[in-house]
Design a protein around this ligand. Sequence first.
Ligand code: NAD
Length: 551
Amino acid sequence: MSGPRPVRAPRGSELSARGWQQEAALRMLHNNLDPEVAEHPDDLVVYGGTGRAARDWPSFDALTRTLRTLHDDETLLVQSGRPVGVLTTHEWAPRVLLANSNLVGEWATWEEFRRLEQLGLTMYGQMTAGSWIYIGTQGILQGTYETFAAVAAKRFGGTLAGTITLTAGLGGMGGAQPLAVTMNGGVVICVDCDPRAIARRIEHGYLDVRADSLEDALRQAEEAKAARRPLSIGVLGNAAEAVPRLLALGAPIDIVTDQTSAHDPLAYLPLGTAFDGMAEEARRDPAAFTARARESMARHVAAMVGFQDAGAEVFDYGNSIRGEARLAGYERAFDFPGFVPAYIRPLFCEGKGPFRWAALSGDPRDIAATDRAVLDLFPENESLARWIRLAGERVRFQGLPARICWLGYGERDRAGERFNDMVASGELAAPVVIGRDHLDCGSVASPYRETEAMRDGSDAIADWPLLNAMVNVASGASWVSLHHGGGVGMGRSLHAGQVTVADGTRLAGEKIRRVLTNDPGMGVIRHVDAGYETAEHVASARGVRVPMREE
Ligand code: NAD
């Protein structure tokens, strides 16, 4: 049966495939498309503009069929969301290898990608959509929480209490912003042109209220700011209009960022277009739509720069809006920094990044037990403990219960091995998958985001994600993916992902130890190579071998 229908991952400890590695891939593919998880499941779109889990419904059916019958010494090949082959390998090899949206350099443009997509030859995999480890908005929540905590530490004495943040985009990723700001004690105004996005975030507990108008939003924000009361306010509108208007009103905004899907000009609503007519207009004349979207982004970014000139803390939140605005001719687009060089790179130097896991049992008690295990393993890490406690209280699971927390080199393997032991002892009801975002320390080349302003100028060197994927294959990951264009769009990034299954066996324990050591180890190595002292200290203190630093 091929065609749109509701999809949900099987739960429990019974296998429908030949082993847990295959079962895990099957459940995570289905979980990505669970209506609770995916933004537009009927179109197989998980998040991030048009980030898909499978190319089309016949491909989805073939993936499901093949994963159910795949042997422990076979590997399924997936080319941009379509299963294209099954090869005999061995039990240490990944069960699935995926390559999504990759194009040869000179052809790596949205125009060419869309031509090929229309021919049915490719799909956009984003980061965790096409690599089957998206866990809903929580996936980005901790990174967003950490980013706003870093903003608070840098500018506002360690808390956002008494500040107003202005942002736009309440989609799959952007929807984490309101909760991340209020968790840091602040007030936030979030503009989105899609009423469903606002309603969804309120329903999921990520957004507190919806204002009737921009003026109403500002009034509520000012009241909450004065009372130092955390509050998140959604407001319907076009950011290209709302942000300049708030600037003109002299609104007392302290922090400005944006997470509209600006990486894809066909997913950004231009001024003068009604939201309901957007998809049709983009389809009818993509070139004209792109030009208009870029012009609107230029206005939006110019207003962000205006807020910076007025003293606000302003940063690009990884959606390429500066690059698009510059393409429209706005020269000051890069006056404000990206969030990675501004706040995240020191963490990358320690091999830290978005470690995540999901309970294949479907039982939230499994996540509660792993939460306790993490607290027990890293008692000295106070911010981790605060996050785990807040997440336990405030994060509503979407699809299979899951958790994310940022762990570094020498930490991820310990957590992974503990989880595997918990599966083996029966403390958890079923195996756990352990993966991460591609937005990680050693897995991505993305000059507008993760590798912006590298110390040695190596921003666009893309050997690192390729090495990362090969390292994870060589170390025993259960599935490994290599993508192009995630986060920031075509031609602007290459990145790799891995997922490893803790099924309680000794073999899984050995694979986990290698993968979860070597994968963050790539982050340390990458940053040592680029000349970061913190990474050098981490490498020598924790025993990461870097030949050029050895006698
Ligand atoms: P999404 O497509 O799920 O949501 C985007 C939202 O922007 C939608 O709700 C849409 O209605 C809204 N929007 C579009 N144009 C608008 C406009 N002119 N005014 C107001 N609202 C508008 O995307 P997402 O998954 O939330 O990702 C958002 C962006 O962040 C993407 O560009 C993505 O690549 C990037 N991203 C950032 C990170 C990060 O760590 N910072 C991680 C992943 C993705």
